[in-house]
Design a protein around this ligand. Structure first.
Ligand code: FE2
Ligand code: FE2
Length: 257
């Protein structure tokens, strides 16, 4: 009789253990399934936002191309500015993602020129007060074209469009910001754009070689002053200027080949 009871108790315990094991297995499976579901949803979300960023980039490149039709600046100029900006960002220790972000955002710096009258854009020589004001408004127009988006790319592009003519010493426009009041992205593109403008040949000016351009940026020439640039970026530029020259040579305008 006692033997029977022990056997029954053992069977019940074994059954309970088996049931618990089964429950545990099922719980593990369902938590694994939930994890896979979450991973899948995250991956989907990541892909969706990547596609969205690509779509933004594509649209904005077209907008940039449209504004370049109006301007003397060429597609090659825009490409080179992206490369210089990335060099400076890398030297500042930015992550690969952020380097890519400024590489993509920099081409939009002059997108606001799309709204500036053609005759003003083509005017040579210095502009009078009223004309200069209209011309300088390309910074604010560009920013308003790019604002209001949740995209990091468009947000950085807006910041650059607005601040790429600000100068470290406060003598720039549109707001006369000083030093670190100017977002770093604007400071980077300002130096990049300036280097390229000096090196480029225009209908109204000859091109300047790399050595002379470095001298102008690092020592000044009456129009350009080292005080216009972020000193940290100037230091980097002085160390890696050869890379700027290499970019200029690699992405030359057709007319300058
Ligand atoms: Fe500009
Ligand atoms: Fe430019």
């Amino acid at each position: 009789m006692a033997g029977k009871t022990i056997k029954k108790t053992t069977v019940t315990a074994e059954a309970r253990i088996a049931a618990l094991k089964k429950q545990l297995r099922e719980a593990r499976q369902s938590s694994r399934a939930a994890r896979l579901d979450t991973e899948f949803a995250l991956e989907l979300e990541r892909r969706r936002s990547q596609e969205l960023e690509e779509a933004y980039y594509d649209t904005v490149l077209r907008l940039t191309r449209a504004s370049a039709y109006k301007d003397r600046e060429t597609g090659a100029h825009i490409q080179r500015v992206s490369h210089y900006a990335k060099i400076l960002a890398r030297q500042l220790g930015w992550s690969d993602d952020d380097q890519e972000l400024i590489f993509r955002a920099a081409p939009m710096h002059d997108v606001g020129k799309i709204a500036i009258p053609d005759d003003l854009i083509r005017k040579r020589g210095s502009l009078n007060g009223g004309d200069r004001q209209v011309m300088e408004s390309h910074t604010q127009i560009g920013a308003s074209l790019l604002e209001g988006s949740t995209s990091r790319l468009l947000d950085m592009a807006r910041e650059i469009a607005l601040t790429h003519h600000e100068r470290w010493d406060g003598s720039g426009y549109p707001h006369g910001l000083v030093g670190e009041q100017i977002p770093i992205s604007g400071r980077i593109v300002m130096l990049s754009d300036h280097y390229d403008a000096l090196r480029s040949r225009r209908s109204y000016k000859r091109s300047i070689d790399h050595e002379a351009t470095c001298r102008i940026i690092l020592e000044g020439d009456g129009r350009t002053s080292p005080g216009h640039f972020d000193p940290r970026l100037l230091e980097i530029f002085a160390a890696v200027h050869g890379e700027f020259d290499a970019v200029f040579e690699q992405y030359k305008d057709e007319s300058q080949r």
